[in-house]
Design a protein around this ligand. Structure first.
Ligand code: TZD
Ligand code: CA
Length: 528
């Protein structure tokens, strides 16, 4: 007689979900007690770090990740980073332990009251199975719905007395289940869009995170080459969908209505692929589109298609659409674009490292296929101006701007990467939201490099208070944090640097260390 727990582990194994990111409580012990030998548990000391590590792991591996949290208190701690996962379309399978089924209504200690409602609207689907016998099917349901478009996190709460119950024989069918999406543009939709692109004087591509997530980067390059079109990354970029030294690359669009319209001025056809239209940030009202421009939006997410304030949208497989368009458009209709100018020269003026110089040194000394997980909000402009990113999966940023993603996600991404070096570029403000992930990196000897950009302040907010004309605002400075001592306290070797030469030496040593290393860089304050 197989019990619910055994069948559930078999189901998780059939979906390659054998790594559990978690932080346990009494409600979780009956599930974890039976963890098979071929599973591994990655302990995070705070559920926010647990969720963000799982998100970094899932995005880096291009698949799902399994999370196990402690009832309401654990789920609540994870909601911050979960705001990012819903917008990065991360297919996270989040499970949470629940009190004994018959006591939930009494709201006994550690009861997760109204559990499925707790993570909404930050999950695509959530459930607490109506009986123990439905637990395996509910988790199967969760796995499939998380991975069907538009992908996203899901949540299943399981009372802890369910695990030992006998599983229904028919649960065995779940182990063989497969689901997939077949949402491609029709031939007539493709033909109409091909004709529009061929007929456009000055088409432009705007690419978003889904292009990188679905590994459609090369398809986008082929389309840009055949169109002779410039390429922008959609605003509030959380991934890098296009090689940044390709002659078509024009940078990341500003996150304001009028800023985008100004940047796209003169183009008559704007093709947006794999991004919402658009993830505005600073409220700068203006014209949604340049005069005479037509916008067509390709996305797998009906929600993105429906909520956009302008343009036309086609919901389908973005990689399939870009690949078929690249085959169909007429090449050579427009002159080849000129090569890109060299990177701007970056110099540090005084006693502290200019972030642009730090990024230039990374470009020079880090592996070409390094993976950057960034959560330093005032240095974004410098980063994109200095970096040469060419491989898919090279860049991750919190998709909804919720801090606490970066440092843990860098740890999770490194756990997914045996070959590529992951480098976290974390602000001295952001670092504190997920700092406990340093312990996990040390505990499991995950060789991530974490660079703390220490300018002593919430740099982006200082800039934003100027944008909002808010004047002097309290709570902007974070002086006096010693990340070297903190890192060492969590078991991670660390060093502090102030010059380019010191940074290069520390980076080179960290690259060969084979263990987690933190580099605290005293940096100048710059603007996004
Ligand atoms: C969970 C959370 N809390 C607060 C903020 C607000 N916030 C905060 C506090 C920022 C400052 C980040 O400072 P930093 O040191 O990490 O980076 P920079 O100095 O480069 O801006 S940027 C920003 O949007 C947020 N986005 N997410
Ligand atoms: Ca800072």
């Amino acid at each position: 007689m197989a019990d619910v727990r055994d069948v559930t582990y078999d189901l998780l194994r059939s979906h390659d979900l054998t790594t559990i990111f978690g932080n346990p409580g009494s409600n979780e012990l009956p599930f974890l007690a039976g963890m098979p030998e071929d599973f591994r548990y990655v302990l995070g000391l705070h559920e926010g770090a647990v969720l963000a590590m799982a998100d970094g792991y899932a995005q880096a591996r291009g698949g799902s990740a399994l999370v196990n949290l402690h009832a309401a208190a654990g789920t609540g701690n994870a909601l911050g980073p979960l705001t990012n996962s819903v917008y990065s379309h991360s297919p996270l399978i989040i499970t949470a332990g629940q009190q004994v089924r018959s006591t939930i209504g009494q709201e006994v200690m550690l009861a997760n009251v109204d559990a499925p409602a707790l993570p909404k609207p930050l999950v695509k689907w959530s459930s607490e199975p109506a009986c123990a016998q439905d637990v395996p099917r509910s988790i199967s349901h969760a796995i499939h719905i998380a991975n069907l478009p538009a992908k996203g996190p899901v949540y299943v709460s399981v009372p802890y007395d369910d695990w030992a119950q006998e599983a229904p024989a028919e649960a065995q069918h779940l182990l063989a289940r497969k689901t997939g999406s077949a949402g491609s543009l029709s031939d007539s939709q493709l033909a109409e869009l091909t004709a529009a692109l061929d007929g456009a004087e000055r088409p432009v591509l705007v690419l978003g995170p889904e292009v990188d997530a679905e590994r459609a980067n090369d398809d986008a390059v082929r389309l840009a080459d055949r169109l002779g079109a410039p390429v922008w990354i959609a605003p509030s970029a959380s991934r890098c969908p296009f090689p940044t030294r390709h002659r078509s690359f024009r940078g990341v669009l500003p996150a304001s209505v009028q800023g985008i319209t100004d940047a796209l001025g003169g183009h008559d056809l704007i093709l947006v692929a794999g991004a919402p239209v658009f993830r505005y940030h600073q409220f700068v009202p203006g014209e949604y589109l340049p005069a005479g421009a037509r916008l067509v939006h390709l996305t797998s997410d009906p929600g993105e298609a429906a909520r956009a304030p302008m343009g036309e949208a086609l919901v389908g497989d973005v990689k399939d659409a870009l690949s078929r368009l690249a085959d169909a458009v007429e090449p050579g209709l427009r002159p080849e674009l000129p090569p890109l100018p060299e990177h701007p020269v970056a110099r540090s003026a005084g006693e502290r490292l200019n972030p642009a110089e730090l990024f230039a040194l990374l470009r020079e000394h880090a592996p070409d296929d390094a993976v950057y997980v960034k959560e330093s909000t005032a240095t974004t402009g410098d980063f994109w101006a200095q970096m040469d990113l060419s491989e898919p999966g090279s860049y991750f940023f919190p998709a909804s701007g919720g801090l606490g993603f970066g440092l843990p996600a860098a740890v999770g991404a490194q756990l997914a990467h045996d070959r590529r070096q992951v480098i976290g570029l974390i602000g001295d403000g952001s670092a504190n939201y997920g700092i406990t992930a340093l312990w996990t990196a040390a505990r499991y000897r995950i060789p991530v490099i974490v660079v703390i950009l220490k300018n002593g302040t919430y740099g982006a907010l200082r800039w934003f208070s100027k944008v909002l004309d808010a004047g002097e605002v309290p709570g902007m400075d974070v002086p006096g944090i010693d990340f070297v001592q903190i890192a060492r306290g969590y078991g991670v070797d660390a060093t502090s640097v102030r010059t380019g030469a010191e940074f290069t030496e520390a980076l080179t040593s960290a690259l060969g260390a084979g263990k987690p290393v933190l580099i605290e860089a005293e940096t100048e304050l710059t603007e996004p």
